[in-house]
Design a protein. Structure first.
Length: 338
C-alpha cells in the first residue's frame, strides 16, 4: 500500500522507544535536521549552484583566451595543454548549466521523473571529453621529444600566473557546491586540475628562464595529462554508479532495514531498493510487512509515518515509496502463488 506523505520541517518526528539513532551519531534523532532533497528540478544539486557555475564559466573563458594567446607567443606546449584543459572546463560547465535548465522541466505522464537524468548524462560527456583531452596532451608531448623547440619563458610565466590566480578564485566559488552535485564536482575537479597544471607550467617557466632547458615544457605537459586522467576516471566511476542505480553513498541499505524493523509492528522489510535519480535526489523503495495486531491497534498510518520519518531524518531521503501490508495478507498471497 503506497501513500504520499509530505514531511513538515516545522514538526519534529516522533520515534518509538528503542528506535536506533542516526548512523554515526550518538545523539537523540530529534537533533537531526531536515534536508531539502525533494524531487523538484529547482532542488537538484546543480540547479542550486547555477550562479556559481555561471561566474566560474566567465572566469574560465577569460583565462582560456589569455593562456591561448600566451601559448602561441611563448611557443609553450604545456601552456597550450593548460589552455586546452581550460576550454574543456568551460565546455563542461556550459554542459552542466544547460543540463540543469533542462532538468528543471516539469515531469509528464510519459517522463515521470522529468529530465533529471540529463545532469548525469552531461557529467558522463564531461568525463569522456576530459579523458580524451588527457590522452591527446600526452601523445603531443611525447611526439615533441627529440625536436629543438625554443620556449619563451616570460609570456609563459605571465599567462600561467594569471591562470593560477583565476583557478584559485574559481575553486573557492565551487567549494561548497561540489559536495552536492556531480556536475559541480566535475567542474571543481577540473578547476583543481587546472590549478595544479598552472603550477606545473609556472615551475617549468622558471626552470626555462634560469637554465634554458626547454625540454621541461614537455615534461610539464605530461604531468598535466597525468593529473587530468585520474580525475576523469573518478568522475566516470561516480556517473556509472548512478546509471547502474547503485545505492547512494549516504544510504546504508542494511542499516536502513534495521531502522525500519525497529518500528513497533514491523515484522519484515524486503524488496529494498535505493538509488540516485540525479545529484542530490536519492530515492528509496521497500515492501514492509506489519503484524496484524499492530495493523489494527496502531493503524498503518502511524507505522507509515514513523518509517518515512526515520528514512528522512536518519538517511536524508524524502523520495520514498513504501508498500505496507498485514502479515495475514502476505501469507494469503504466498499460498495463492505457491
Amino acid at each position: 500500500m503506497s501513500e504520499p506523505h509530505a514531511s513538515s520541517d516545522a514538526c519534529e518526528p516522533e520515534f518509538s522507544a528503542g528506535h536506533p539513532t542516526r548512523p554515526g551519531e550518538d545523539a537523540n534523532p530529534r537533533t537531526a535536521h531536515a534536508h531539502d532533497h525533494g524531487l523538484q528540478g529547482a532542488a537538484t544539486g546543480t540547479a542550486k549552484h547555477r550562479r556559481r557555475l555561471v561566474l566560474v564559466l566567465g572566469i574560465t573563458l577569460a583565462v582560456f583566451v589569455v593562456q591561448l594567446i600566451g601559448a602561441f607567443v611563448s611557443n609553450s606546449l604545456s601552456l597550450l595543454a593548460d589552455a586546452g584543459h581550460m576550454l574543456t572546463d568551460a565546455t563542461g560547465v556550459a554542459i552542466a548549466l544547460i543540463a540543469s535548465l533542462i532538468a528543471g522541466v516539469a515531469a509528464t505522464s510519459k517522463r515521470t521523473f522529468g529530465y533529471l537524468r540529463i545532469e548525469i548524462l552531461a557529467a558522463l560527456v564531461n568525463g569522456i571529453v576530459l579523458g580524451v583531452i588527457a590522452i591527446v596532451i600526452l601523445a603531443q608531448a611525447i611526439a615533441r621529444f627529440g625536436s629543438e623547440v625554443e620556449v619563451h619563458s616570460g609570456p609563459m610565466l605571465v599567462a600561467a600566473v594569471i591562470g593560477a590566480l583565476a583557478n584559485l578564485i574559481s575553486l573557492l566559488i565551487l567549494q561548497s557546491g561540489q559536495r552536492e552535485s556531480l556536475n559541480v564536482r566535475g567542474a571543481y575537479l577540473e578547476v583543481l586540475g587546472d590549478l595544479l597544471g598552472s603550477v606545473a607550467v609556472i615551475a617549468a617557466g622558471i626552470v626555462i628562464l634560469l637554465t634554458g632547458w626547454n625540454a621541461v615544457d614537455q615534461i610539464a605537459s605530461i604531468l598535466i595529462a597525468l593529473l587530468i586522467f585520474p580525475r576523469a576516471i573518478s568522475l566516470l566511476r561516480d556517473v556509472v554508479g548512478v546509471l547502474l542505480e547503485a545505492s547512494p553513498k549516504n544510504i546504508d541499505v542494511d542499516a536502513a532495514r534495521t531502522h525500519m524493523r525497529a518500528v513497533p509492528g514491523v515484522e519484515d522489510v524486503h524488496d529494498v531498493h535505493a538509488w540516485t535519480i540525479t545529484s542530490g535526489v536519492p530515492a528509496f523503495s521497500a515492501h514492509v510487512t506489519v503484524a496484524d495486531a499492530a495493523w489494527s491497534e496502531r493503524g498503518y498510518h502511524a507505522i507509515l509515518d514513523e518509517v518515512r520519518a526515520c528514512l528522512h531524518e536518519h538517511f536524508d531521503t524524502e523520495h520514498v515509496t513504501l508498500q505496507l501490508e498485514p502479515r495475514s495478507h502476505e501469507a494469503a498471497s504466498e499460498r495463492v502463488h505457491a
